[in-house]
Design a binder for this molecule. Structure first.
Ligand code: CMP
Length: 140
């Protein structure tokens, strides 16, 4: 299986509860390597742009408010089949539906405050990585 990259966000509900290390440990134990990472406060423009695909959904405004409500940690993760591997350890979007042992089952507060984001395809991973990182910030 090929080594690929995916994009991850540790969301404000997790940084607020000081869970950056705990979440990263679960990612690493799932076979993912953090090859780039930065803690940022997302601007409203960044959040609106990043989630533009959801702009017609009823939760879009609240999602933008939530994602700008505190610091987030944006990361590039590398590993075998990284997109699928990350989605497996994250668990379902709604923590009520997430499997035991996943990040969202363990830590998420709600469908909105669900602790982590992960890309859903290799193509979106490349777009999302480029949204927050330059190639020289990805150091392996
Ligand atoms: P994420 O993987 O970051 O992608 C879109 C986000 O929208 C999702 O995680 C949730 O945080 C949020 N989201 C999805 N569905 C809902 C919903 N029904 N109500 C509120 N937020 C939602």
């Amino acid at each position: 299986m090929a080594v690929t990259r995916t994009f991850s966000i540790i969301k404000p509900d997790a940084t607020r509860r000081n869970l950056t290390g705990a979440v990263t440990k679960m990612l690493e134990e799932a076979g993912l390597r953090v090859v780039a990472s930065k803690r940022i406060r997302m601007t409203e423009d960044q959040a609106r742009g990043f989630y533009e695909v959801h702009k017609d959904r009823p939760f879009y405004g609240e999602l933008v408010d939530f994602m700008t409500s505190g610091p987030v940690v944006v990361q590039v993760l590398e590993g075998e089949d990284a997109v699928a591997r990350n989605r497996k350890i994250m668990g379902a979007t709604n923590p009520a539906d997430a499997e035991e042992g996943t990040i969202r089952k363990t830590y998420a507060e709600s469908i909105e405050a669900n602790s982590v984001h992960g890309s859903d395809s290799d193509e979106n991973a490349a777009t999302e990585i480029a949204f927050f990182f330059t190639e020289d910030e990805i150091v392996g």
